[in-house]
Design a binder for this molecule. Structure first.
Ligand SMILES: *Cc1c(COP(=O)(O)O)cnc(C)c1O
Length: 393
C-alpha cells in the first residue's frame, strides 16, 4: 500500500516529481479540493486566495474552456454549463423574476421555445414570441415590464437573419437586455457583444466542441453584476459541467476555426451545387442572392454564410425517405456541427410538434432538409447529393 508524506494510507499520493510540465491541460476530475488550514479555506471563499473547493462551484477544466470562450467573444467572466439548454435556462431563470415579461425570437431552438411557452409562465414570467427579423414587430410586443429579448442570429432551419443591430438599438432605447444565442453563427461568424448585445449564449455541443461527443453550454454578460448572478445561479442549480466534457471541448476548440472555415467554404459551394440539381425546389443559404435576408447577411455576417444549408426537395415523405437512404455516408441525425455532414428533417424532428399547417407557414414541407456541412471533400459531398437527390425524384 502506498503512503503519502503524512503517513495516510489514502489520498493524496504525491504526483511523481517533474521539472517539465505537460503540453496538454491535465484532466482534473476531483470533486473536492483539500486545503492546508481553515484560514486558507476562508481566504479562498473570500477571494483573497485563488483556489478550488468543490467541483460544482468551479474546476480547472471548466475555467480553461470559459477563458477560451471569453477570449473568442471578447468578454470576461463567462460561465460554462452542462449543456446549451443549461446556459439558456441560466440566463432566463437566473436573471428574470415573477412579474417580468420576456420576448423571444419566433423561431428559437425548440427547447428554448418550450421554456418560453411552458416553464417561464408557470413561474409568473410572461412571454411573447416575435419575428426577430422585424424590429417593428418586436417593438409592438414590448410591455412596460419587458426585461429581456432573446434571439438567435440565424434561425433554424429557415436560416433567416435577425436584425441584431436594429434590436440592439431598440433595447438600448428601452433599457431592455438583449440576449443572443450565438450557437449557429459562433464567434468566428459573428460577435454579438460588438453589436450591442448584453448577454451571449452558446451550445458548445455543436460547432465549438465539434465532435458530437460532448454536451456543454456557455453564458456571458457584459455587466459584471449580471455575470456574477449567472455564475451563482449556475452553481446553485447544479448546472456544473463535467471536467471530462470540458477537457474534450478544449481539445475541440483547438481546431474550431480551421473546421469552421473549411465547412463554411464547402457549404457555399454545396449550396450552389444543390440549387442546380433537378428535383430541388429551393435552396436557402445566406450568401446566395436569392436569400430573403441576403443584404443583411452581407452586412451583419461580413460576407460569411455559415456552415448550414437548407433545401427543399420537390416531393413528399417518400422522396425524403429515398433521399436519406441514398445519401450514402451522410448521417441522418438530429444535431449539427459534427466533423461529418449531418442531415436533419424538421417535419419529423425539431418541428414535429407543429401541425402540418403551422409547418407550411414556416415553409417546412416533407421535402425540407437542413444540412450541417462537415469536413468531407466538397467534390465527395457534391457527388453524394447528386446521387441522393436523383434517387429521391
Ligand atoms: C442545440 C442548441 C441549443 C441547446 O444546446 P444543448 O447543448 O443541446 O443543450 C440551444 N440553442 C441552439 C441554437 C441550439 O442549436
Amino acid at each position: 500500500m502506498m503512503r503519502n508524506a503524512k503517513g495516510s494510507l489514502v489520498r493524496p499520493v504525491p504526483l511523481p516529481a517533474s521539472a517539465s510540465w505537460p503540453l496538454v491541460t491535465p484532466l482534473s476530475p476531483s470533486v473536492a479540493y483539500a486545503s492546508d488550514t481553515p484560514d486558507a479555506l476562508d481566504d479562498q471563499y473570500e477571494g483573497r486566495l485563488q483556489g478550488y473547493t468543490y467541483a460544482r462551484e468551479g474546476h480547472p477544466n471548466a475555467d480553461v474552456v470559459a477563458a477560451r470562450l471569453d477570449m473568442m467573444e471578447g468578454i470576461d467572466g463567462g460561465v460554462v454549463t452542462g449543456s446549451g439548454m443549461g446556459a439558456v435556462s441560466c440566463v432566463l431563470m437566473g436573471l428574470l423574476q415573477s412579474g417580468d415579461h420576456v420576448i423571444g425570437g419566433a423561431q428559437l431552438y425548440g427547447r428554448s421555445t418550450r421554456l418560453m411557452a411552458e416553464d417561464l409562465p408557470r413561474l409568473g414570467i410572461a412571454t411573447t414570441l416575435a419575428d426577430p427579423c422585424d424590429v417593428a414587430a418586436v417593438r409592438a410586443a414590448l410591455r412596460p415590464e419587458t426585461r429581456l429579448i432573446l434571439v438567435e442570429v440565424v434561425s433554424n432551419p429557415s436560416l433567416r437573419i435577425s436584425d441584431i443591430d436594429g434590436l440592439a438599438g431598440l433595447c438600448r432605447e428601452q433599457g431592455v437586455l438583449l440576449a443572443v444565442d450565438n450557437t449557429f453563427t459562433t464567434p468566428r461568424g459573428f460577435r454579438p457583444f460588438d453589436h450591442g448585445a448584453d448577454i451571449v449564449i452558446h451550445s458548445l455541443t455543436k460547432l465549438l466542441a465539434g465532435h458530437s461527443d460532448v454536451m456543454l453550454g456557455y453564458a456571458a454578460a457584459r455587466d459584471p453584476e449580471l455575470a456574477a448572478r449567472l455564475r451563482v445561479f449556475a452553481v446553485t442549480c447544479g448546472l456544473a459541467p463535467s471536467p471530462f466534457d470540458c477537457w474534450l471541448a478544449e481539445r475541440g476548440l483547438l481546431s474550431f476555426e480551421l473546421r469552421y472555415d473549411r465547412a463554411q467554404a464547402t457549404a457555399a459551394v454545396l449550396a450552389d451545387h444543390i440549387a442546380g440539381l433537378k428535383g430541388v425546389k429551393r435552396v436557402i443559404y445566406p450568401m446566395r442572392e436569392d436569400h430573403p435576408d441576403h443584404a443583411r447577411a452581407r452586412g451583419l455576417l461580413a460576407g460569411q454564410g455559415g456552415t448550414m444549408v437548407s433545401f427543399e426537395l420537390d416531393g413528399a415523405r417518400t422522396a425524403a425517405n429515398a433521399f436519406t437512404r441514398a445519401a450514402d455516408g451522410l448521417c441522418f441525425a438530429p444535431t449539427l456541427g459534427d466533423v461529418g455532414t449531418t442531415l436533419s428533417h424538421p417535419a419529423t424532428s425539431s418541428h414535429r410538434a407543429l401541425s402540418v399547417e403551422a409547418r407550411e407557414v414556416l415553409g417546412l414541407s416533407e421535402g425540407f432538409f437542413r444540412v450541417s456541412v462537415g469536413l468531407e471533400e466538397p467534390e465527395v459531398l457534391m457527388r453524394i447529393f447528386s446521387q441522393a437527390v436523383a434517387a429521391a425524384i
